[in-house]
Design a protein around this ligand. Structure first.
Ligand code: ADP
Ligand code: ASP
Ligand code: MG
Length: 601
């Protein structure tokens, strides 16, 4: 007899008819000889509706009351599903998060799960009942027993956490699409089903905007080796298998409170090349990286910072062996890239050979505000200056002077209590998997740029500490090259994205610091979209970035910011171009299928 956790999303339980269908599927699973725990979301758009009700009363409702309100949605659907099961003659019992004992931090609206009590569920299962659990909610550990929620989309996380706690044989996520697709079918109907995807890739996709899975659900699956599939509520098709490595954690104590960082990686074999003052118009990045790809050179980090006037700076790193060739290409292309034809100024090539990259990685940093700040602070305390920063949602890389690498590794390992491991070699895996697995779009972020920050240790730490104190999570961060302007020569620009609704708080939090540092006013751009390509196969493959940038250039879409990690490339583009950008990137990597997918409303 297997123990299966099934999770049904809002659309899947959106009407009485659909709840009946879910009940039938659950009963069928039981009749096949399994024990079943079901996790459900609120019906249809209930949670959005509740949010809107509160917004009618207040612009900024208190988070505790929002949790009290939003958690009611799931209470309706668990009761209805239980009733539907009982009507089919299937014994069932519904339980709220509190009744199960889903214990969380006392952090309203974004609580992490600390512990799940399994005794009551086990008792009901032994009685032959289906246990129907409310997703998205928990109860705080404190004496007050506060109702908490896990964050929007958090029912996936409830389901995978229950599967981990119960040591279930399988966790099935039922939703309104056939599985994990190459992109969002609501925007690109030709999106194709991905039959299998690794947790690493799915973590990037989920945190970069593919909302089909809550990123924290993938994190738990990865940590505890939960077998997970994502499939359609409307069909018997097998859907997508999310491949978890063998479990890293045995103890379930502090379930979601695993460390934010689980490895410090480094790469001393890199050279940084920068092209300063290239024109800010579509096609420039494509041209540079196409020339590099033609020579079969594989670039690692790419950073394109803020444009200043009508020019941009682009920096990238390549391995030492490739650096001479890459430099020659950059030199050859520079004369053609004049930001201002009138002034006959050429783009300037700057090469830094004595550099190294140090990276912290860990899915636990998703949604945790202080991790970037802690990394920057640790390096600052060791007196180490950060030359470049580039992030993905699950890692942060800093380029520093090569001579300081050992000290940086020691300080970071100490601060995050981890052992250092050299950069992972993915090549053998990479050959087997496609360069790009999927494409994701995030429309909910805003870009903030702090210009002319003094180039000395501790500056990035000061900025990100302030944001962390205000519990603001920072997503993509880039810190660019030196500007070429004389008056700004010893400064850098720090550019990052945060959730749109946190812009005001962030600007207030940073105001005093900027004044002290004599920086010009913060630049805020809410009209942006972040589009990302993800795939473990892009490691060690030349030309992936070039192809991505060329696809955007062909549609005259300007790239405003670039940030990369080993398995993803993100570009910030104007919001108005978002859907087009997603479509062309999807097509460029041949991800489109023969048939189209329609999502039921
Ligand atoms: P549920 O209510 O079942 O949790 P969600 O609305 O949270 O469903 O997530 C499913 C939706 O995610 C799909 O309807 C689709 O529009 C969107 N989506 C975005 N990116 C992807 C992707 N790569 N694969 C599948 N669905 C995606
Ligand atoms: N009902 C919650 C939401 O809409 C949780 C979920 O559906 O996963 O965010
Ligand atoms: Mg969801």
């Amino acid at each position: 007899m297997a123990l299966i956790v099934q999770k049904y999303g809002g659309t899947s339980v959106g009407s009485i008819e659909r709840i009946k269908k879910v009940a039938e599927r659950v009963q069928k699973t039981v009749n096949q000889g399994n024990q079943v725990v079901v996790v459900v979301s609120a019906m249809g758009k209930t949670t959005d509706g509740l949010v809107n009700l509160a917004k009618e009363l207040s612009d900024n409702p208190c988070r505790r009351e929002m949790d009290m309100l939003l958690s009611t949605g799931e209470q309706v659907s668990i009761a209805l599903l239980s009733i539907a099961l009982q009507a089919l003659g299937q014994d069932a019992v519904s339980l709220t998060g509190a009744q199960v004992g889903i214990v969380t931090e006392a952090e309203h609206s974004r609580a992490r799960i600390l512990e799940i009590k399994i005794e009551r569920m086990q008792r009901h299962l032994a009685e032959g009942k289906v246990v129907v659990v409310a997703g998205f909610q928990g109860i705080s550990q404190s004496e007050e027993l506060e109702i908490t929620t896990l964050g929007r989309g958090g029912s996936d996380t409830s389901a995978v956490a229950l599967a981990a706690a119960l040591k279930a044989d399988l966790c099935e996520i039922y939703t309104d699409v056939p599985g994990i697709l190459t992109t969002d079918p609501r925007i690109v109907p030709e999106a194709q089903l991905i039959r299998e995807i690794t947790c690493d890739e799915m973590l990037e996709l989920a945190s970069l905007g593919a909302k089909v899975l809550h990123p924290r659900a993938v994190e738990i699956a990865r940590n505890y080796g939960v077998s997970m599939v994502v499939r359609s509520s409307w069909s018997e098709d097998p859907g997508t298998k999310v491949i978890s490595p063998s479990p890293q954690f045995q103890s379930l104590e502090g379930l979601e409170l695993t460390r934010s960082v689980d490895a410090v990686e480094f790469d001393a074999n890199q050279v940084q090349i920068a092209l300063l003052q290239v024109p800010d118009r579509p096609g420039i990045a494509a041209r540079l990286f196409s020339a590099i790809a033609e020579q079969c050179l594989d670039v690692d980090l790419i950073i394109q910072s803020l444009h200043e006037g009508n020019s941009n700076d682009i920096a990238f790193t390549v391995t030492r062996e490739m650096s001479n060739k890459a430099e020659a290409i950059a030199e050859a292309i520079a004369p053609a890239l004049r930001s201002d034809p009138q002034r006959r100024e050429e783009a300037e090539v700057v090469v830094a050979k004595e550099i190294a990259k140090v990276t912290i990685t860990g899915a636990g940093m998703i949604g945790r505000s202080g991790v970037a700040a802690k990394m920057c602070q640790t390096l600052a305390d060791a007196g180490i200056n950060i030359k470049l920063i580039s992030t993905s949602e699950v890692k942060i890389s800093c380029v520093i002077a090569a001579a300081e690498l050992n000290r940086a590794i020691a300080a970071l390992c100490n601060a995050f209590e981890v052992h250092s491991s050299p950069v992972r070699s993915w090549t053998s895996e990479a050959q087997k998997v496609p360069a790009v697995r999927g494409v994701a779009l995030d429309l909910k972020q805003a870009r903030l740029a702090i210009r002319h920050v003094p180039d000395r240790p501790g500056m990035a730490a000061a900025i990100f500490n302030l944001l962390a104190q205000h519990k603001i999570s920072v997503y993509t961060i880039i810190q660019s090259q030196h500007s070429r302007y004389k008056e700004a020569k010893h400064t850098r620009d720090v550019v990052f994205t945060i959730a749109e609704e946190e812009v005001e708080t962030a600007c207030t939090a940073l105001a005093n610091l900027l004044e002290e540092l004599d920086c010009p006013p913060i630049l805020v751009d809410k009209e942006i979209a972040k589009i990302s390509i993800v795939g473990a196969g892009m490691i060690g493959q030349a030309g992936v970035a070039a192809k991505f940038f060329a696809a955007l250039a062909q549609e005259k879409i300007n790239i405003e910011m670039i940030a990369t990690s080993e398995i993803k490339i993100s570009c910030v583009v104007p919001k108005q171009d978002a859907e087009k950008a997603l479509q062309v990137a999807h097509t460029a990597f041949n991800l489109a299928g023969q048939s189209t997918i329609t999502v039921p409303t």
